[in-house]
Design a protein around this ligand. Structure first.
Ligand SMILES: [Zn+2]
Length: 101
């Protein structure tokens, strides 16, 4: 699995928090939930009286989805739609990560 966005919204304070690198540990405004792990793993936790859970907002992609996107891109699929622009964004992240493995 390739993680391109590691992000949640706290159900108590509605703060949206994102972990952008592996040791990027972030609490929401009310300190009820946190995210961690960046593109490496999806770590979440919560505590306290304010804890009402969180809403998952992450994006992740299977190796197959990455391969499909890379193939479409190499075949010159148009990139002028929001869906394709978004795919190009995470595909670039994914390709970098696969090279590192
Ligand atoms: Zn909160």
């Amino acid at each position: 699995m390739v993680i391109s966005v590691n992000k949640i919204r706290c159900n108590a304070c509605e703060d949206v928090i994102e972990s952008t690198h592996v040791h990027d540990f972030k609490w929401c405004k009310c300190h009820a939930v946190f995210v961690d792990g960046g593109p490496e793993y999806l770590r979440r936790g919560g505590q306290g009286l304010d804890f009402k859970g969180y809403t998952e907002m992450s994006e992740h992609h299977t190796a197959e989805e990455v391969a499909d996107a890379l193939r479409d891109h190499s075949e010159g699929m148009p990139l002028d739609t929001p869906r394709e622009r978004n795919r190009l964004r995470w595909m670039t992240i994914a390709a970098d990560m696969l090279e590192d493995q």
